[in-house]
Each structure stands twice: as C-alpha cells, then as structure tokens.
Design a protein around this ligand. Structure first.
Ligand code: PLP
Length: 409
C-alpha cells in the first residue's frame, strides 16, 4: 500500500505572497500577540518592541484600558456616519482641545496621518482662497514625510517618492529643513500654508531648528498663511509634552495628530484654533469613517491613561535613561557616533551606513528598532517601557553593533 504525504501547509508569508500586494517588501517576522513592550510569535518567542508599530502603540500592546474601551464601545455602537453625533467623538474633540491648550479648538476626525494632513491642507487652501483665488501654494521642508495620498505625497520632501506618480500639482515649494532664510524667501502671497514636522521622524529623527520654526511663524503671519504642525509622529507624548510644539516658542494654527492617538486603532485628527478653526463649514470636507465611535473610545482611553498614569513624566525619565545609555556607547561600541531626537523619539547616529545591518542584527536578537536612514537607527519605545526593558534594549543594541563590526570590518 502506498501512502501519499500531504503537501506542506504554506506559511503565512507564503500565503501573503500570493494575495497581498507587495508594497512593504519582505516581511521580517510574524507576530500573533502583544503584551506591554513585548510581541510574541506563534511558538511563544518573545521580542522587545522599541519601534511600537512605527511610533503607534505608545501605551504598549494590549493595554487593558484601551481593550476595555474598545470592547465596551464595540458592544454598544460601532458606526453611525457623521450625519449623527456620538458621545465618543465629541468627547475626543473636547479632550484634544484641552491637551492642546486651545480652548477655541475645533477638530476634524480622520482615519490616519495622511488623511489628517489632507484635511489640514484643504483647510489652508480654503483659508487662502478666501483671501485670493491663487493663494493655494504650500511650503514644506526637504526630508519631511507627510503621507502617501497625492497631496501629502507631494508635500513630502523626498523627491524619489514623487517620481513614480508624477505629474503632481506643482503647488508645493520645498526648502532645506535647517535654513530659516530660505523658508522666509519661499513664503509669498500665493502661499496658503507652511507645513512642517517639529521633529522629522521618517526623515531621520531630525529636530527642526528653532530658528526655522520661528521663521515659519513669522512668514505665515506676514503673508496671511497658516502654519500647520504635522505632529502625526511626535504627538501624544512621544517627544515629551503632549505635542512637540509645546516645548518650542512657536504655536501653529493647525495641528495634525494620528499614530499613537488610539494606540493602534486607525485614527487621525486635524485640530485648528483661532481663525483657522472657523474655516470649514457644512459640506467643505467629510469622511465616512472619521469619528468612528470605537476608535474615538480608544483615543479617549489613551488620553485618560496618559493623564491618570502620569505617563508623560515617566516617559521623560525613561528617555533620560535611554539617552544616557546610548550616549555611553559613543567611543565604547563600534559605529555609535551620536544621539539625537527628543523624548522617546530617538536616533542613534552611526559613523557608517550600516543602520540596516544593525537593525537586522537587533532582529537576530529579538529586538525591534529600525534603520530610518542609512546611518541612523530609530528608537520609539512605548511610554510605558520599564527601566529593565530599557537596559535590555541598550545591552542588545551594543551587542548588535559589535556583531556588525565583526562581519563588516
Ligand atoms: N506625517 C508624519 C510626520 C508621519 O510620520 C506619517 C507616517 O509615518 C504620516 C504623516 C502619515 O501617516 P499615515 O501613515 O498614518 O497616513
């Protein structure tokens, strides 16, 4: 009697290769569960997550308060559209007004960072066109990242990302991220907005110099344009305060936030105050899913948890520990050359273009960080990370640096 062996069960990666568009390249691991700062594979292998799904899960994975809020809301009311009001969306707008410190803030709720920025760009155009029909141009910074929709892609100061989608509108002017004079010169009467990150995240964890922020504010005031701070990555305590601009001398007219707002559920918000808050009227902008009660309930739980747990203060203390540990690697571990960033959005500068190799060596040691530039390793741990987890991450990074030095002499 002959026996036939059943064909091997395909892995998730093999199945994904068949039916998932390959926009993200080779998958690097498969996770089935998360808890706090840890992610787990199906066989139970634990990984320390210092990337937080690209600066998203700031309260750690499976946070009980968020899980409870999602569960309760999912069994109460999931969706109504924006033709009707639901308590979680209004309560979120109120909370965002409180933590921005803008008592006159008005909020448009979107689905992600790109759609929050789309709302902000449309708002600025509407504001500009009310002054002059050609006041529709946007000034943005080189190296910036604002999203992948057509308008936010064009605002993104990374020309290589534009090429496959050209022609674009031609209405965005990019200036160097560290040149206040160039920014002042680029803003004119046709400019409706200056759009910038306070710390460029995807651009390599690069804090924008205070002089550039001040020049942006002054140029916007001089020309009746709106200053939009894209705090999609820096917001919700990632760099220290609720929003990175709150540690600067400059107050934007419009703020966008997403990523960590609902600790992993898709959400974005465009928050305006002053005259900018009065721009949109009925029919000017809309979305089916924005303001979804479940995602808003999660965001409300995130804000309450950060406030009640004093997590901004705790994150500042973990940041000091992490910065001290990374700084001590300079001169003692191979490649380590500098530390930049703010709060828990940090970049370890390397003196060679080996960040991808170091990321891979960290992965070999079950630590998630990422090569945000050829010579910069990004760390974005949860605000809830423990001291012991910080120390484990530091020891692992040092070990990974040494391992890369052995294989890349
Ligand atoms: N703005 C900034 C500063 C970002 O870092 C990102 C994403 O990395 C975006 C916008 C786009 O956000 P999303 O991917 O949620 O559309």
């Amino acid at each position: 009697m002959t026996t036939t062996t059943p064909p091997p069960t395909p892995s998730l990666a093999q199945r994904a290769a068949v039916h998932v568009m390959p926009t993200y390249g080779e998958p690097r691991a498969t996770f089935v569960r998360g808890q706090g700062s840890m992610l787990f594979e199906a066989d139970g292998t634990a990984w320390l997550d210092l990337l937080c799904g690209l600066a998203v899960t700031s309260l750690g994975h499976a946070h009980p308060a968020v899980a409870r809020a999602v569960g309760e809301q999912a069994t109460t009311l999931v969706h109504t559209s924006n033709l009707y009001l639901t308590p979680p969306a209004v309560e979120l707008a109120e909370r965002l007004a409180r933590i921005t410190g803008w008592s006159d803030a008005k909020v448009f709720l979107a689905q992600c960072g790109a759609t929050a920025n789309e709302a902000a760009i449309k708002l600025a155009r509407r504001h500009g066109k009310a002054q002059h029909p050609e006041k529709v141009r946007v000034v943005a910074l080189e190296g910036s990242f604002h999203g992948r929709t057509l308008a936010t892609l064009e605002a993104t100061g990374q020309p290589a990302k534009h090429v496959p989608y050209e022609p674009l509108s031609g209405l965005v002017d990019h200036v160097p991220f560290d040149d206040p004079q160039a920014l002042t010169a680029a803003v004119g009467d046709q400019t409706c907005a200056v759009l910038l990150e306070v710390v460029q995240g995807e651009g390599g964890v690069r804090p924008v110099p205070p002089e550039v922020l001040a020049a942006a504010r002054d140029a916007c005031d001089a020309h009746g344009a709106l200053l939009i701070a894209d705090e999609v990555q820096t917001g919700m305590g990632r760099t220290g305060p609720w929003f990175a601009f709150q540690e600067t001398e400059v107050v934007p007219d419009v703020l966008t936030v997403a990523k960590a707002l609902a600790n992993g559920l898709p959400i974005g918000a465009c928050i305006a105050h002053g005259a900018a808050a009065e721009v949109f009227g009925p029919g000017d902008h809309a979305t089916t899913f924005g303001g979804n009660p479940v995602t808003c309930a999660a965001a409300n739980a995130v804000i309450d948890t950060i406030e009640q747990g004093g997590l901004l203060g705790q994150a500042a203390s973990r940041s000091r520990r992490l910065v001290a540990g990374l700084t001590s690697m300079i001169g003692t571990a191979p490649y380590a050359a500098g530390v930049r960033g703010r709060g828990l959005l940090l970049g370890l500068e390397l003196d060679a273009a080996v960040a991808a190799e170091v990321e891979a060596a960290c992965r070999d040691r079950n630590l998630l960080v990422n090569a945000v530039a050829p010579d910069v390793l990004r760390l974005a741990p949860p605000l809830t990370i423990s001291r012991e987890e910080v120390d484990l991450a530091l020891a692992t990074i040092a070990d990974a640096l040494r391992a890369v030095a052995v294989t890349h002499p």
